[in-house]
Design a binder for this molecule. Structure first.
Ligand SMILES: [Zn+2]
Length: 166
């Protein structure tokens, strides 16, 4: 598995995710159990925008933090394998031009509340990311060494299920 050491960009995204979950109290009270938020995710787009989100625990089915981030990025016009996205104006090019490439998500990380650190994506999120954003890199926790590594999503889900044309 190819993995890269952490860069300043990686560390900044981890910090953004930590600030996101720290801003969402409470985390684990008995009363809040059915609407608990214990995980935040942050994703970096190729145009520099950062999208954040938190998980939504529910007894019927839960929504991972990565899912909320992907939805917010899609809403903001970020491209995926299933949608063309929107070309957006930048500082260098104030007017979006037809040939300007729409932003894509390039990096994702999720962290647990109360300073528990980076958590690797679950299997469902890996499948969603490899389908929607096959070029994204994800920060994962190596549970054997405790190291955090940047790994391409295709390396996180080898021999992935590939959907036929919808
Ligand atoms: Zn997940």
């Amino acid at each position: 598995m190819a993995a890269r050491s952490l860069t300043a960009t990686h560390l900044n995204l981890i910090e953004v995710a930590n600030k996101t979950i720290d801003a969402v109290p409470p985390h684990s009270t008995t009363e809040a159990r059915t609407t608990d938020h214990t995980c935040a995710a942050a994703a970096l787009a190729s145009d520099g925008r950062i999208f954040t989100g938190v998980n939504m625990f529910h007894y019927s089915t839960s929504l991972c933090a990565e899912n909320t981030v992907l939805a917010k990025a899609a809403e903001a016009g970020v491209a995926s394998a299933y949608s063309p996205g929107l070309a957006r104006p930048t500082e260098e090019s104030p007017v979006a031009e037809a040939e300007q490439r729409p932003a894509e998500l390039v990096l994702m990380v999720a962290v647990l509340s109360e300073g528990r650190g980076v958590i690797s994506p679950c299997g469902r999120c890996r499948q969603i990311m490899v389908d929607y954003h096959p070029g994204i890199e994800v920060l994962v926790l190596d549970s054997d060494t405790g190291d955090i590594k940047a790994v391409g999503i295709k390396d996180l889900l080898p021999y992935a299920w590939v959907p036929k044309k919808w």
